[in-house]
Design a protein around this ligand. Structure first.
Ligand code: NA7
Length: 563
């Protein structure tokens, strides 16, 4: 691996145009784009290599729940043509191979410092630059700071007392070891039944001596119906990539999943049943795309939820287990809908046990395992699939200090705020990819990352052309965006479940849906509008003379005017 760690121990500041924080898809995309623009960049990643969530989440069964064709970069036609996906929904090892391929093909690793955490980022108002410090003692000074830190990068442990008492092995799904883990003959416990827990259970269940699944809230999961891609299909896709990407960019989900304009109650009950059965057979998230109003109309939503509950009843043999697995009390699709291949059937194995922690609450971890109200379950290995401090966790985990000494923690003390999910009032020249109040979790994260990076690049070019040294949204513009995000969120059922989407999974976190629910295409349209109207929703600082983007000397020769 070619890592540019040589300068990391040096504490004298290194002057750059851009610091990129993060080595997931967003960071890779930003690194490539800004490098191609001729900017002097340094990218920083806490992990040992590129990949972001796919670097860390090596748990058995880890797999993307969007079609691989969509879940891939679109900015390089060469990469599109040279890379061949093998499965409709790629597994984590293939995703890492893809990331490795892209990194090699575009020579991205040379811009990165790996195994390095940013410890602080502070805006120097006088010099109009970001001072970024790392845990390896490096100090970077950059005109722009790009936070490509991802919506799901800070795993959280469950708020159950006594984890340190447990004498067996503990593995966190989001920090899975690189070496193989054997489950043979072991009593394995899994806490968490979101997307991660579901993938783990169906994979580990058949291998473990015994598997105990500690479920608090059951998720709705639908058949993935994954399949190998045929050479003919791949060739067809490669011929049509331009069109595929174009339709993805113009869609609500940033992908090729069909969307319907048909309202649920616009067709007869019989027709609905046929359509739902078809969608179930087709697999993936087809059910969500079968009707237009499943996230708006609670009654329609409940019909679909009941359809899926019926399927669970058919698949799980033990009626009590089936009943406990049926989600109730929140709308289907309001939690991230999961896709599985044998999750429910796994509970038909005699050595797989569901512990319903709603009726049999977890009290504590013990030396030997987990104590619930009904008794102690002894375990050799405990897997924590208990989710993430989503959307805001990564940027609140270190000191990010903007103008007037205000930190992101201060700014977000009542909940995440931003303009367009990309910029923050009070934090000039700080850009986020897939940030809170953008469409982050609700659309294809790679399309959003590419979009955001393009938007940022256009803003940088605008600043350069207009001799500007700093930009940030006006307070009014940020508030207007927040009002829009809030108003749109009121039209959906998404905030009706306790999820990481609304911050309900982290004790003390401000609650509220800080995601743009108007769809990816609309989001992109609004971001484009903010550019086309001459950046009226932003305020700028000026420099005295014209600069050429990427020429460090000119960037430094600024005559700053206070905002
Ligand atoms: P999720 O979807 O946040 O799921 C976390 C799971 O962990 C969820 O079932 C939680 O139950 C459970 N959990 C958390 N704390 C506890 C305690 N104390 N006791 C019992 N169960 C607990 O995270 P994932 O990693 O599965 O998925 C994250 C995203 O990755 C997903 O949305 C996709 O976008 C891909 P709870 O719901 O809190 O009752």
């Amino acid at each position: 691996m070619n890592q540019s760690n040589s300068s990391s121990e040096n504490s004298s500041p290194i002057r750059l145009d851009v610091v990129v924080v993060g080595g997931g898809f967003g960071g890779m995309c930003a690194t490539y784009k800004f490098r191609e623009m001729g900017l002097k960049i340094q990218s920083i990643e806490a992990g040992g290599d590129l990949g972001g969530v796919w670097y860390w989440n090596r748990y058995p069964g880890a797999r993307v729940d969007l079609p691989s064709i969509d879940y891939s970069f679109s900015f390089s036609p060469e990469v599109e043509q040279e890379w061949t996906w093998s499965e409709q929904f790629a597994a984590q090892p293939e995703l890492l191979r893809y990331i490795d391929f892209v990194a090699n093909r575009l020579e991205l690793r040379k811009h990165y410092q790996f195994n390095t955490r940013v410890t602080s980022a502070s805006w120097d108002e006088e010099r109009k630059l970001w001072v970024v410090k790392t845990d390896r003692g490096a100090v970077f000074e950059a005109t722009y700071c790009i936070m490509a830190t991802g919506p799901l990068s800070v795993p959280r442990d469950p708020d159950i007392p006594g984890l340190e008492r447990f004498k067996g092995r503990i593995i966190r799904a989001g920090r899975w070891p690189h070496e193989p883990v054997s489950f043979t003959g072991l009593r394995v416990g899994v806490i968490g039944t979101g997307s991660t827990g579901i993938q783990i259970v169906q994979d580990v269940g058949p291998q473990a001596g015994e598997l105990f699944v500690f479920q608090r809230t059951p998720s709705f999961t639908m058949p993935m119906r994954n399949e190998n891609l045929t050479p003919e299909y791949v060739a067809e896709v490669k011929r049509n990539y331009a069109g595929i990407r174009n339709s993805a960019r113009n869609s609500a989900v940033g992908g090729t999943r069909p969307q319907s304009t048909r309202a649920f109650f616009s067709v007869t009950p019989n027709q609905r049943q046929v359509l739902l059965e078809d969608a179930w057979k087709q697999g993936g998230l087809s059910m969500l795309g079968t009707f237009s109003d499943l996230l708006q109309n609670a009654e329609a939503n409940e019909h679909v939820a009941e359809f899926v509950r019926g399927k669970i009843g058919e698949m799980v043999k033990d009626p009590r287990t089936a009943e406990a697995l049926k989600p109730r009390g929140y709308p289907i699709f309001a939690r991230r809908p999961c896709l599985d291949s044998s999750y429910y059937e796994t509970y038909n194995l005699p050595h797989v046990h569901l512990i319903d922690c709603i009726n049999d609450k977890i009290i504590e971890f013990t030396e030997k395992g987990i104590r619930t109200e009904s008794g102690e379950t002894e375990l050799d290995l405990l897997i924590l699939a208990t989710g993430y401090d989503g959307l805001t966790g990564a940027l609140k985990a270190f000191d990010v200090t903007g103008r007037d000494g205000r930190t992101i923690n201060d700014k977000w003390s009542d909940g995440a705020r931003s303009h367009l999910g990309i910029m923050l009032e009070g934090f000039p020249n700080l850009f986020m990819t897939t940030g809170p109040t953008g469409p982050a979790a609700l659309a294809n994260i790679i399309r959003i990352s590419e979009h955001d990076v393009d938007w940022i690049a256009t803003a940088m070019q605008y600043m350069d052309a207009h001799h500007l040294t700093a930009m940030e949204p006006t307070p009014e513009a940020e508030q207007e965006w927040m009002d829009l995000v809030y108003e749109l969120s009121q039209r959906t059922l998404l905030s009706k479940a306790k999820t990481w989407y609304v911050g309900a999974n982290v004790a003390g976190k401000p609650q509220g849906l800080t995601l743009f629910t108007g769809g990816f295409a609309k989001y992109a349209e609004l971001c484009a509008l903010a550019t086309k109207d001459g950046y009226r929703s932003f305020q700028f600082s000026h420099r005295a003379e014209a600069g050429a983007l990427g020429t460090e000397a000119k960037m430094a020769a600024v005559d700053a005017i206070a905002l």
